[in-house]
Write a protein of this length. Sequence first.
Length: 446
Amino acid sequence: MKEPDAIKLFVGQIPRHLEEKDLKPIFEQFGRIFELTVIKDKYTGLHKGCAFLTYCARDSALKAQSALHEQKTLPGMNRPIQVKPADSESRGEDRKLFVGMLGKQQTDEDVRKMFEPFGTIDECTVLRGPDGTSKGCAFVKFQTHAEAQAAINTLHSSRTLPGASSSLVVKFADTEKERGLRRMQQVATQLGMFSPIALQFGAYSAYTQALMQQQAALVAAHSAYLSPMATMAAVQMQHMAAINANGLIATPITPSSGTSTPPAIAATPVSAIPAALGVNGYSPVPTQPTGQPAPDALYPNGVHPYPAQSPAAPVDPLQQAYAGMQHYTAAYPAAYSLVAPAFPQPPALQQQQQREGPDGCNIFIYHLPQEFTDSEILQMFVPFGHVISAKVFVDRATNQSKCFGFVSFDNPASAQAAIQAMNGFQIGMKRLKVQLKRPKDANRPY
DNA sequence: TGTTATT
């Protein structure tokens, strides 16, 4: 009946006594009319002096627009008739592009040059933060949808700009509706929940907010009782026990002697352990970063007799790791049964934006097992203090961990404790490198 | 060594 690319027109400056039947003859000369509706007040039903008009053919609309818009004045009106695409039709959304993965230094002009070959540009703006720094993305509005589409076809993914982490993104900009959804999803993410609940309530209301907060609280409370130490216990256990073929930690620790003997470990399903630790290649025998066997090699089960806290200068990192963990293993032996009681730290956020803490509170962790995710490093470091943020870097293309990450605490002492305890901590063939995060402007120390 | 951003 009507062409898929038909245009809905807004017609303005119509005398209020003219109804559809009166208007039809005026517009029919440009083509067959699909729909013509005089706009009336929603409540009073009063004629508002304008109408929506859709022709069956797109071409008819274009003809009517060029012949009538601002060209004639209907009897009794003192301004010329308006005939143009309705706001609802386009408002520019279907010809406006979102451009991502720009370099931070690209200006409006740079972007404009890149898009000019595809058509006439109505506007072109690089998005900038309050301080004027580029957000690495821009909006480009063409005069037509076709021009915009052509730019997408040619430019999207076509190149990687200097300073960008991935190839150029060129797509139609979000509509207003999509922006609303996006906002809601962001709120939901911050509250650590999945989006469907938020989406069920189309409107963003106080009620929705309250509900989401309540849900978030439930999730947090639940997680506090849900074996938060499984991963950490597993990390420790790989220092202490071999994993046998049937998938159970079958080797109980026999206290050799001394003060730093961990509690015995009950048989524990390997499924509770991160995949990294359930495979071969994770030696329970620590080695020095130099590659020399550590003194611990004398104690193949990983338990060594000397005191956990030694004032002597060169201390085996593993021993320090033990020392760092001792405080909670002692307090929470039940961690080994993977049914830990409520955790002493404030409940960690389930999800968060990557966030830096204050100076001296952010640590960088390298040589993470490939399989470690945010939640594994969170659990690894939560014994040392309140973790604001725990983030493993993931390659966006492959979704693979880059084997490094960040943990932010809310105070420098926790960060120092974590570094002391975990730097050099051996997992499998690798030892963690744990340092304060390098400030942005610092030169590479190595 | 905090990554993809939506006027």
